[in-house]
Design a protein around this ligand. Structure first.
Ligand SMILES: Nc1ncnc2c1ncn2[C@@H]1O[C@H](COP(=O)(O)OP(=O)(O)OP(=O)(O)O)[C@@H](O)[C@H]1O
Ligand SMILES: [Mg+2]
Length: 208
């Protein structure tokens, strides 16, 4: 079973949006997917209550029982587990990172996010797991995403070529209990998520 943690100590960087959209993209490709929601805000768990489909399976958890939940997902036949984490939750984020094949760090192209990224990078470095930055919520025709990619290039983790745009589809689909590949399968947001799914698979396979 592949295990992928999405961590960022900064609130609102896009952890849950990326977790759920990648989970749906993987499920659409026939994978059995588990999402473990470590965030006490339970955004992913609340989203799952809007759905009737059984894949992905979403379960709530805490850092201390994460290893058990991952074992259970594996025994239950999951091919991939995504772990959504809370902001400002060093211990749980570190536990999630340590148990993962790949750590995804979403970052918005803003100084506020870039200034706060060091805390998250410290966690990924402590966990010593392969890490991938993903620029999220990028406005078209802005120089900020390129500048942010340059700033992130100073850290040793790669930055995903594909960036997620600032798109209403991401907000709207989650409010409807969907991922963008379900709600607008031919839209720009879905194309970005499909490309991100492929990039993530590339990095997970390279790491194993
Ligand atoms: N690419 C995007 N385009 C437009 N809106 C986005 C995008 N990504 C995230 N959002 C919106 O930004 C807000 C924060 O996103 P999200 O909840 O995924 O972040 P988070 O990192 O999980 O937040 P938290 O730290 O509170 O758990 C949400 O309202 C979400 O719909
Ligand atoms: Mg969240």
């Amino acid at each position: 079973m592949q295990t992928i943690a999405i961590i960022s100590q900064k609130g609102g960087s896009g952890k849950t949006t990326i977790t759920l959209n990648l989970a749906i993209a993987a499920a659409k490709r026939g994978k059995q997917v588990a999402v473990i929601d470590l965030d006490p805000q339970q955004s992913a768990s609340r989203w799952s209550r809007l759905r009737s489909a059984e894949n992905p399976v979403i379960v709530g958890g805490h850092g201390p029982n994460l290893a058990t939940l991952l074992e259970r997902a594996k025994d239950g036949g999951a091919d991939i587990a995504f772990i959504d984490t809370a902001p400002k939750s060093e211990n749980a984020a570190l536990t999630a990172a340590r148990l993962s094949d790949l750590v995804i760090i979403p970052c918005q192209p803003s100084n506020l996010d870039l200034d706060a990224i060091a805390d998250t990078i410290n966690i990924a470095n402590l966990a010593k797991r392969p890490t991938l930055f993903v620029l999220n919520n990028c406005r078209a025709s802005s120089a900020l995403p390129d500048q942010a990619a340059e700033a992130l290039a100073e850290y040793k983790a790669p930055v995903a070529d594909v960036r997620l745009g600032n798109r209403v589809a991401f907000v709207k689909s989650l409010a409807d209990g969907k991922g963008v590949v379900e709600s607008e399968p031919h839209g720009a947001a879905a194309r970005e998520v499909e490309r991100l799914h492929a990039t993530v698979q590339h990095h997970v396979k390279k790491a194993s």
